[in-house]
Write a protein that binds this ligand. Sequence first.
Ligand SMILES: NC(=O)c1ccc[n+]([C@@H]2O[C@H](COP(=O)([O-])OP(=O)(O)OC[C@H]3O[C@@H](n4cnc5c(N)ncnc54)[C@H](O)[C@@H]3O)[C@@H](O)[C@H]2O)c1
Length: 359
Amino acid sequence: MQQRKNTVNCAVVGYGRYHDFGRMHCRWIGACEELNLVAVCDIDPASRERAAREFPGIELCACVDELVSNDDIDMVSVVTPHFTHAEIATECLRAGKHVIVEKAMAPTVEECTAMIEEARRAGRKLAVFHNRRHDGNYRAIQQVIAQGTIGAVFHVECCEEGYAEPQQWWYSEEEKSGGVFFYWGPHAVDWVLTLVPSRVARVTGSTQRRVWSQVEIADEVRAHLWFENETTAVITFSRIAAIRKPLWRILGTKGAIEDSKVGICQGNYIPHYQELLVGDAGEGQVRVVTVDGEEKEETLVDYLESDWLTYYQDMAAAVLRDEPLPVTGEEGRMTVAVMQAAQESGEKGGVIIEMSDYE
Ligand SMILES: NC(=O)c1ccc[n+]([C@@H]2O[C@H](COP(=O)([O-])OP(=O)(O)OC[C@H]3O[C@@H](n4cnc5c(N)ncnc54)[C@H](O)[C@@H]3O)[C@@H](O)[C@H]2O)c1
């Protein structure tokens, strides 16, 4: 009988230039007892040099072919630009590796489907890195809703707005990122889909291109979601909103929740989030209003801890003990489907997109 291993040997593809996010994945892996970082792959020599300095002793590869030929590697985290995710993930799955792919899973639903099918064929795990399900403010909101404090949720608004010039990088090119929604949108859409216990039936969207004409992507996108249980949601990402709305407004039959946390457009969404490893007790409070007849009561609920390490701990359990994946490929795909549908609708003047078209 084959002996069961008690650690997973991990590699990270894409150490990071703009966000250092591959480096963060290396740190999370290093902080998990059941995971062992053995290699980093990056096409950029300067990124490989930084990885060698910061994680001495690991193997460094200049291309994915070289990485997947190492039989000691069990799992690969893909932390590269969106347009490269499908190709890299597929190559790793074919070589028998488990894969974590960063959000957005890919710029198109077709690529997400191809990755899911490849994982099935290869009999390997495929998970999408929606780490922000572990944000402290989001966890507090989830808890208030689960306790039934505001009754049945029927409308959700999640809004990341600001007035800021976009930089020129791969994300500002439609084909490389997927479009304006694919930067912050994956977090917001995943949050909303996780919060509402129903399937999305229809999506419409609107896009604006008015100010930042030096980049290809739109200035803002608004997605309107209709769920099968008749809940509605509006998710907004804007770079041309000089007055912001709260990040969250959630309406229920017995009350409402508001969270005005400042978003990433302002650059301090979670303080020092690049360094965040474990147990960051988020500073802030969620405003909860409950209604009893004509009476209203307001309470402030403290944010819970933001703990992104949980994701990797759950992934280790999935690989070693076949426990549930932290986020499945199908969930990552649904998030991409909603973003793609909203942008498509926006480009076509707000046509209704039936989500069954994406199944
Ligand atoms: N989950 C989060 O909170 C979060 C935060 C930031 C970024 N991200 C995601 O992480 C991913 C990377 O984003 P980023 O901002 O770090 O990008 P980036 O451009 O800063 O870094 C990408 C790295 O990948 C390398 N690379 C590119 N193509 C490669 C290839 N074919 N093979 C090997 N290496 C390659 C680049 O040299 C670079 O070092 C994206 O999917 C992004 O959305 C997620």
